[in-house]
Write a protein that binds this ligand. Structure first.
Ligand code: NAP
Length: 319
């Protein structure tokens, strides 16, 4: 029997749910909660499964070879790993969750809310409140420019869904990306060109030092008048004051926000009752315990067989 530490700060029901899956899928492993291990035992552990681990909890495990996160986004723990690894001869590899089911779920959300904006549903909901009978012109779908920031696991599948729906799709990322029927942009100049032609902007970037408040007065100002924004990535990527300002002046016509710097969104946030904002409680693509635990278990089994560590997060880049 080999021991894997489960280091987390999730609630007990979620903890037990994950444990039940892992105990079934990994019968040759013993999965132990971090707090049940003495410091000596913790110092011998080479592999951990983590979900929002605290720095102090991780510090008790100096000899981890790699760590499997149960989430796709790692912005909350990247700094911790940079710090812990700076003192180590052999850095601990951080592996994030890459789950095709999660990507499909995100693609479904991207398509749903793009159609919601394209078919002017927010405006019709406002009109109904005021008993206004007013058909709003809807352009042909192939003339609508939808741009996705981030061409990673989630962005790529989302763009495929948008293309098959008939939208005119553009993408932006650091490197080059070839997605069928998608016009790709990169670099700062590429972002500026993309923004200027975008009707619906969708953010699927990771939150890093480079993407923090990337969408601000200047960049949002490059979007054509009446453009719409969807943020399904992380709240810190948009400057919400600048966004509200752009909505209030009529420069932008609507924003769908699933993620916020502070979650749950605080009760006093003006976003809650803004007529041009749709607020979602971080649900565009939630981790599916069944599919995710299978992927995590396969990663661990594979490592036990041949020592292969799954592709890990580039701590320098932050994603
Ligand atoms: P990923 O596979 O790591 O892809 C990230 C993409 O962003 C890559 O295409 C990367 O470019 C691009 N990128 C990163 N930094 C950039 C920069 N400074 N300039 C331009 N492009 C940049 O990530 P993913 O799995 O698709 O997930 C994306 C994010 O979605 C996660 O980090 C997480 O925050 C969020 N998420 C949200 C939910 C939700 O329910 N709302 C659920 C899961 C994940 P290159 O390809 O050129 O490297």
């Amino acid at each position: 029997m080999k021991t894997i530490a489960f280091i987390h700060s999730i609630d007990k029901i979620s903890q037990d749910n994950w444990l039940a899956q892992f105990n079934t899928l990994l019968p040759d492993e013993t999965i132990v909660l971090a707090e049940q291990l003495t410091d000596t035992q913790a110092s011998q552990i080479e592999l951990a499964i983590v979900a929002n681990p605290s720095v102090d909890a991780l510090k008790r495990f100096p000899n981890l070879i790699w760590v499997q996160s149960l989430w796709a986004g790692v912005e909350k723990i990247v700094d911790t790993f940079r710090l812990l690894n700076s003192e180590k001869e052999h850095p601990t590899q951080l592996v994030r969750l890459i789950d095709p089911y999660l990507a499909e779920t995100m693609a479904e959300a991207v398509l749903t809310w793009s159609l919601y904006l394209y078919r002017n549903i927010p405006e019709y909901m406002q009109q109904q409140k005021q008993k206004v009978w007013n058909p709003i012109p809807c352009p042909n779908i192939e003339t609508v420019q939808v741009s996705v920031l981030g061409t990673g696991e989630l962005g790529t599948v989302s763009m495929e869904a948008l293309v098959s729906q008939g939208f005119n799709v553009n993408s932006w990322s650091r490197g080059h990306k070839d997605i069928k029927n998608v016009t790709h942009y990169s670099e700062k100049e590429g972002l500026n060109s993309l923004l200027q032609k975008t009707d619906i902007l969708i953010c699927l970037l990771p939150l890093t030092d480079h993407t923090y408040k990337l969408l601000n007065k200047k960049t949002l100002g490059l979007l054509p008048k009446g453009a719409k924004v969807i943020n399904f990535a992380r709240g810190g990527i948009i400057n919400h004051d600048d966004l509200i300002n752009a909505l209030d002046t009529g420069h932008l016509s609507h924003a769908v926000l699933d993620v916020f710097e502070k979650e749950p969104l605080t009760k006093d946030s003006p976003l809650w009752h803004h007529p041009k904002v749709s607020v979602l409680p971080h649900i565009s693509a939630t981790t599916n315990v069944e599919t995710a635990s299978k992927i995590v278990a396969d990663n661990i089994k594979n490592f036990r067989i041949n020592g292969a560590i799954p592709e890990s997060v580039d701590l320098e880049k932050g994603y």
